[in-house]
Design a protein around this ligand. Structure first.
Ligand SMILES: NC(=O)c1ccc[n+]([C@@H]2O[C@H](COP(=O)([O-])OP(=O)(O)OC[C@H]3O[C@@H](n4cnc5c(N)ncnc54)[C@H](OP(=O)(O)O)[C@@H]3O)[C@@H](O)[C@H]2O)c1
Length: 360
């Protein structure tokens, strides 16, 4: 049940960036979170509508266009109740700590705090119980506020469909090959000469962080497998960027420790729902995973905006039985929506519902 009296005020850090604009777009019609502060760096002092590169659907909302971009400074945000932080890696870490110290709940899309042991790496459908880490974080750091992070968009594209599989079947190994969009690298991103007419490998460091985040997310997934079963899953990822604008395409090959029926896997994906769906959170899609049976889908161009709100569902297709103990499927995720801003808003809604965020 939505408490309309909450009317929470939000600041968006990095508001002119590719993730920042999705926060603005998605929050402008939110039932109880209102954008009240737009922060930036190079754009400070200018009207948002003049400086923003609105590289998403629709137009800059009228009620936002004239708002001035302001400094990233907690002292100027007295009436702000929530801080969304899609700041660049490196810049984010110390800034987010300062906000949390000053009493703000910070929802971060940046990598800087993703592996702090007392910071949740949250996908609300998968590991909602990890928000209790906030209590430990506040106690240990003596903060009134806190930091919650959302995972790498690439990790989410695989972890969301893998979670119900891991929860219900004895996975042995997972091999992931990604074909990722340009917007995943922020603006201006990669020089065109490196990526047009090319498939650009993202390299070992990117492959490894993808694996590390998926591993943490799966370890935090509640399983329906009865007896204790060792978590000795092997994971490999090979990541690439191509010249698409939004949407990551991921090919996933999974093997199991016993025979598996692909139709049972399909059912677990099709029926997957979590706490956000049970609580009917405003940004929760009815179906976090949409399974398509069409042979030539999903496609990035047609499927990245799937779900309601648009872009919040991961589309899975090409599901096939490869052998008695192996399956293959493909997923498409909207990297700046479900993989960043939409995931951040859904996290905030869960935290509101669980009493971690209220008017300050
Ligand atoms: N893009 C994705 O698909 C995606 C997905 C998941 C997570 N993420 C993460 O989200 C974060 C933002 O990504 P993005 O794609 O939105 O990047 P982006 O397009 O490069 O935007 C960066 C934003 O941060 C601001 N900024 C830059 N340096 C700053 C500083 N030192 N202090 C305060 N503000 C600063 C910029 O403001 P000015 O314009 O005013 O200079 C701009 O608004 C990154 O940590 C990224 O890893 C991105």
């Amino acid at each position: 049940m939505i408490n309309m009296r909450r009317n929470l005020k939000a600041a968006i850090l990095g508001s002119t960036g590719l993730v920042g604009i999705e926060y603005v777009r998605m929050l402008v019609n939110h039932p109880y979170i209102k954008v009240s502060y737009l922060a930036g760096k190079g754009s400070v002092g200018k009207p948002y509508g003049e400086v923003v590169r609105w590289q998403t659907i629709g137009q800059v909302p009228k009620e936002i266009a004239d708002m001035e971009v302001k400094p990233t400074d907690p002292k100027l945000m007295d009436d702000v109740d929530i801080v969304f932080s899609p700041l660049p890696q490196g810049a984010a870490g110390p800034v987010e700590e300062e906000f949390a110290k000053q009493g703000f709940p910070v929802i971060s899309n940046s990598p800087d705090h993703r592996f702090d042991p007392d910071v949740p790496l949250l996908i609300p459908e998968i590991n909602p119980h990890t928000i209790s880490l906030i209590d430990e974080q506040r106690k240990r750091r003596d903060w009134k506020g806190f930091i919650v992070t959302t995972p790498l968009c690439t990790a989410q594209g695989a972890a969301i469909p893998l979670a119900p599989i891991y929860a219900n079947f004895r996975l042995d190994s997972v091999f992931i090959t990604t074909i990722q969009s340009l917007s995943g690298a922020g603006y201006p991103g990669i020089p065109s000469l490196d990526v047009v007419d090319n498939v650009l490998p993202l390299g070992d460091a990117y492959d490894n962080k993808t694996i590390k985040e998926i591993t943490r997310l799966l370890k935090e997934t509640n399983r329906n497998i009865p007896e204790s079963y060792p978590e000795d899953l092997s994971l490999a990822a090979t990541t690439h960027r191509v010249a698409t604008i939004h949407g990551h395409y991921e090919v996933i090959y999974a093997t199991f420790k016993e025979d598996v029926n692909v139709e049972k896997v399909r059912e677990s994906l099709d029926t997957f729902a979590g706490e956000p769906q049970r609580l009917k959170l405003p940004t929760a899609p009815d179906r976090p995973i949409i399974v398509t049976n069409q042979d030539a889908r999903p496609q990035v161009y047609f499927d990245r905006w799937a779900g309601n709100p648009p872009g919040m569902s991961v589309v899975v297709g090409r599901l096939a039985q490869v052998s008695r103990r192996a399956i293959r499927f493909v997923s498409v995720i909207h990297n700046t929506v479900r993989g960043a801003a939409g995931g951040g808003i859904l996290a905030a809604e869960l935290l509101v519902e669980k009493g971690y965020i209220d008017k300050r």
